[in-house]
Design a protein around this ligand. Sequence first.
Ligand code: IVH
Length: 691
Amino acid sequence: MLMDITERLNELKKLIVKYQDSYYKTGKSEVSDSEYDRLFDELLNIEKGHPELITADSPSKRVGSDLTQDFPEVSHTIPVLSLDKAYTIEEIYSFIKRVGTEVNNDDLSFILEEKIDGFSIVLYYEDGFLVRAITRGNGYVGNDVTENVKTIKTVPLKLTEKVNIAVRGEIFLLKNDFKKINESLEDTFANPRNLASGTIRRIKSSETAKVPLTIFCYEGFLDSKSEKKFHTHIEILEYLKKLGFNVDKNISIFSKKKINSLFTDDMSFNEIPDEILRRAELRESLPYEIDGLVLKVNEIDVRDKLGFTEHHPRWAIAYKFQSPQAESQVLNIDVQVGRTGRITPMARINPVTISGSEIKNATLHNQDYINQLELCIGDTVAVSKRGDVIPAVEYVTEKNTLGNTIWHIPENCPVCNCVLVRRGAHLFCPNTECKARKVGALIYFCAKKQMNIQGLGEKVLNLLYENGYVKEITDIYTFSPDALLNDNIEGFGQKKVMAIKDAIFESKKQPFRRLLAALGIDEFSHNAIDLVIRNGIKSYDDFKNLVKDKENAFKRLSSIDGLGPETSNKIIEAFTDVKILSILNFFDSMGFKMEEESAENTQADLILSGQSWCVTGTFEKFKSRDLIHDIIRKHGGRVVTSISGNTTHLLVGENAGSKLNKALNLGVKILYESDFIQLLNSMGEVYGKET
Ligand code: IVH
């Protein structure tokens, strides 16, 4: 009986793997979906009843599990080095020359491979079974992500031979799959690499299984006890293919003598530069992303002779297509605490200049991002600054040699020492009295987009807070700036104090919508405020009346197109919160505008309603993008700061950055300044003069 079941199980496994393989190779299914599901269910059922029959290579291992996992740190048993880089053909020439003179060998040959822009992984096999999949980490220690990697259909769970081998490869996503998946996401990824590395670190392998990741393998390391020895890289690639690995077939061979290989015809050394340039041109037409090409010595004995530096082998070089905007070393990482308590890790880097400005700090977003990058202090990183966004660390270009491991955000707030709490992807300081949060709220209130109080920036507000002049936003309107003069506070002369007084006075004239936004109520952002005002809730009294009946208030707010239940609840919570109400009462008593005057837009004015606009670059007629944002909102449009599948329009100014490309890829409608002015004029608004 058990024999029958074992036989049936083996039969099912073979069939399912066969169908999966042919689907992967041809993109078409040999059987109907229902037949495939029926076979799979039968396999799962047998395995459920007979767990002792589950083998490590069962297709059921690909489905993943809903159990959460962490990724323990595991030491590598092979050195996981990175590659030396070249950005010019001249540098490639000198590499070839250096190798040639150092080894002086007539049998020397080179292989050119694609440098896949994905996520680096090391697969460890024992007796032909996949036992561990470890991330690169710092080169010595990586994270165990085996369960997630097992869900990748092109990673063999069992090899065709019972060998002990470690295999290096790159996990990646096809461009088309990336596009499809990214469009369906709320928080989109900048590129397939980031999506792939994020997916590899999902805590439920069932989530990883939903993304069609794939792999190319490019290096194999046999157990030292193995009788088999490799003589060339080509032999390694051919053997990997034979064992069942996916190997990139786009390779070129350059040799003095002729080599017969499965892969390609060989060329001579002086054809290397042309071939590199030819392959670089083919890049766009590939279905996956490559960020360069890798030139490797083919002969293993020559490789051994050349050896390694601390960072990379002397027998290979990466020709990178683009030099990063800037490269620098991470000197330290510390965390910033925002007004909402949100913790943002920041890399302190060796100062570098990008388009004229000196960069010393770059954002690392959150712990997940640091994990994705496997970032350690001492690593060299690529840093970018696009438009006016905060510079960001994009990827690691060179691992540290200090033995540092992945950096972790501390458990306590660095400012008030409270234990941090996790909400979604971010950590927060929960202490509402934390100094960083208090000053953050003051900075936000005074910022250009909100009350626009010039002279009250980060530095001055910190000073006012520390010296006890301004602790709460209401203090801005009750403290006397003259005290700064009288108390002889350094840096505050007559002129500066006058300017601050004027700016504070002017801010009292700000429209109600800006005052509301300046309070920084969770979820009640500029866009949400505009939606509510446009729906007739446009004064402080309206809000107070609205929340008298919470149930009705929720019904009314959540029925507004574009306002979700969470935001609706947050609004109700805010207008029943005694602290917020007392602040608003204060502003009311100080004569602030407590009603939105321009809320009487007719339907005809709301010509942009339902549209989602992103604005990038600089403009001739509009002094600031904020002004354009206000106009878009006034006409019913939503303003977003990044391009996603939901963005409908991109308004492009001078020096537009990567947003334009992304918009083109996603088919977002693109307008230039003149188009925008024409559109506004067609609505009867005379823009086009100096605004
Ligand atoms: S060889 C000692 N070959 O690029 C051998 N690496 O910057 C070192 N990569 O960490 C790696 N495609 O993740 C090699 N065909 C290829 C590659 C490749 C992508 C990645 C790999 C490595 C990084 C080096």
